[in-house]
Design a protein around this ligand. Structure first.
Ligand SMILES: NC(=O)C1=CN([C@@H]2O[C@H](COP(=O)(O)OP(=O)(O)OC[C@H]3O[C@@H](n4cnc5c(N)ncnc54)[C@H](O)[C@@H]3O)[C@@H](O)[C@H]2O)C=CC1
Ligand SMILES: O=C(O)C(=O)COP(=O)(O)O
Length: 528
């Protein structure tokens, strides 16, 4: 069936060729929808592609009944309600490096324009004023640039500033002294940076922690006559505090590409001659737009085709080499979860997942998510997926623990999934046999060898002669054909289990025939 992709912000047509070329994908561009129109429209789409204009709110995500993926053709995802997307199982992807260079170049352009008052001089000249006195600037050489946020863009800006022979001091929670030395910059706390800088430039995402990072108190600590550049996000600066500081003369000038509310056409900061501004143009180059559109389009094609995405935002991303190692275990983990869901006798309170052998040194998070998906599938149906599995489990009050153990039971790799309920603990273990595929190798304390797929009948019975024959003939009454059979027992004459695979789904009525036998305690059908 054709899958539909809605593009609601202006994206480069040259960049969306992966979508145009993909089979079974229809692209619809509607870049002037109101919020209400988008809410109405979105229900018919599997994917939504945006830039910073479309506000992808909880209301929109809730209305998007078929939505699988939101692609942000750019970096900042503060216009997308990530929590709502995760809860609804919608994956959010972005294009983290396609616009780095453009944003860094724009920042440097703003820095130089600010230092030399180019926009003000241009404006005056365009209005027939040859004014050389008002537009005297300062040199960058020898001045200190304070960079807050040394990610992709911050680092590129720092390198370019060094090219202007500026000193650079930077703060980023991940900037170590070694890294700073390699980059040829000094490092310090936010306070160190803002106290030392002649120019402060911001390159963090807009987060709870960075909202109004530059407020009245922060500005008070800056040098008199400091100049501030913001090409990251409007909310990082308290705009009222900046306005007051410019009017008072504490801050000499500011260069702003971004505003707390956009579009910002009637903004008091724009009335100040010390403020130069652009309408969020950091990423607006032909090259960046093509690059980010290509990156998100590829991820949309991957996801809609059932493949893993490259740049997930609301799920941990796993390096390619690790993913190659763990991907073959996804199916096994999900089937162990589905099997365990059938074994449990009461509400699950705690899940323990034990990984051993080959799995002792890999990122196991995606495997755990697949196990939970299998475990809760009965409850949530198709609504549960890799994106929301952990969230839904948490919402159900499930405690999930991952353990790496050395107990391999002789297998090269082993996953043991254990559920603790008020009625007791149940566990199932599985392995991936090279060249043969996944196997369930232990159910509770019984050793078995079961391919985890198809229609399975799980029987608890007393270990005694004739039990196998009895099950065969009772099922034959209802024309049920046994394809394979596994038996396991603890002690001779004690409790035992049988795991049958049968050719077709059996109803409860079909299986009730087995409970006629006194020595069969319990029967359940498991669909894997
Ligand atoms: N004006 C524009 O058109 C554009 C704006 N942006 C904005 O720039 C931001 C940065 O982009 P990238 O460098 O590509 O992202 P990035 O993720 O590579 O770098 C962000 C850095 O900020 C750091 N950080 C997080 N919290 C911090 C804090 N409290 N204090 C200091 N540093 C902190 C992170 O550790 C990270 O190193 C984006 O989130 C986006 O909002 C990005 C592209 C274009
Ligand atoms: O990538 C980012 O974070 C940007 O701010 C670029 O925004 P835009 O795609 O140009 O609306």
């Amino acid at each position: 069936m054709t899958k539909r992709v809605l593009i609601s912000d202006p994206l480069s047509e040259d960049g969306i060729f992966p979508l145009r070329e993909a089979e079974g994908i229809e692209v619809v561009k509607k870049t002037d929808l109101t919020k209400e129109q988008l809410i109405d429209e979105i229900k018919d789409y599997e994917a939504l592609l945006v830039r910073s204009q479309t506000k992808v709110t909880r209301e929109i995500i809730s209305a998007a009944k078929n939505l699988k993926i939101i692609g942000r053709a750019g970096v900042g995802v503060d216009n997308i309600d990530l929590e709502a997307a995760t809860e609804h199982g919608v994956i959010v992807v972005n294009a983290p490096d396609g616009n780095t260079n453009s944003a860094a170049e724009h920042t440097v352009a703003m820095l130089m324009s600010l230092a030399r008052k180019i926009p003000q001089a241009y404006y005056a000249l365009k209005h027939q004023k040859w004014d050389r006195k008002t537009h005297v600037g300062v040199e960058l050489k020898g001045k200190t640039l304070g960079v807050i946020g040394m990610g992709r863009i911050g680092r590129e800006v720092a390198l370019r500033a060094k090219g202007q022979r500026m000193k650079v001091i930077a703060y980023d929670p991940f900037l170590t002294a070694d890294k700073a030395e390699q980059l040829g910059v000094s490092e310090g706390t936010v306070e160190d940076v803002i106290k030392a800088a002649d120019f402060v430039t911001l390159h963090t995402p807009l987060l709870k922690e960075t909202k109004h990072l530059i407020d009245k108190d922060a500005i008070a600590k800056m040098k008199d006559g400091v100049q501030i550049i913001n090409c990251a996000r409007g909310g990082i600066i308290d705009e009222d505090a900046l306005y007051d500081a410019i009017v008072e003369g504490k801050v000499k000038g500011a260069a702003l590409d971004v505003f707390e509310e956009e579009p910002a056409v009637e903004h008091k900061l724009l009335d100040l001659p010390q403020v130069i501004a652009t309408p969020h143009l950091g990423a607006s180059t032909v090259e960046a737009q093509e690059s980010v559109a290509i990156d998100v389009s590829h991820d949309v094609v991957r996801l809609l085709g059932g493949d893993l995405v490259k740049n997930p935002v609301n799920m941990p991303s796993v390096p390619k080499d690790i993913m190659k190692k763990i991907e073959p275990f996804f199916y096994l983990a999900e089937k162990l979860g589905a099997f365990l869901a059938e074994l449990r006798e009461d509400t699950i309170e705690e899940i323990n997942v034990y990984y051993s052998g080959e799995l002792h040194d890999v990122e196991v998070g995606p495997l755990t998510r697949n196990a939970i998906k299998g475990l809760l599938k009965d409850h949530f149906g198709d609504h549960i997926n890799d994106v929301n599995a952990a969230f839904l489990a948490e919402q159900q009050g499930l405690v999930i623990n991952e353990h790496i153990t050395s107990q391999t039971d002789g297998f090269v790799n082993l996953i043991k999934l254990e559920a603790k309920t008020t009625a007791g603990t149940k566990a199932v273990s599985g392995t991936l046999l090279k060249g043969l595929g996944p196997r369930i190798v232990k159910v509770e304390h019984y050793n078995v060898d079961l391919i985890p797929e198809g229609h399975i009948v799980f029987i608890r019975h007393k270990d005694q002669p004739g039990a196998i024959g009895k099950v065969g003939s009772l099922l034959a009454k209802n024309n049920i054909n046994i394809a394979t059979m596994q038996v396991g027992r603890s002690d001779v004459g004690g409790d035992a289990i049988m795991l049958l695979t049968i050719d077709e789904t059996a109803t409860d009525e079909d299986l009730n025939v087995l409970t006629e036998a006194d020595d069969i305690y319990d029967v359940s059908a498991i669909e894997l």
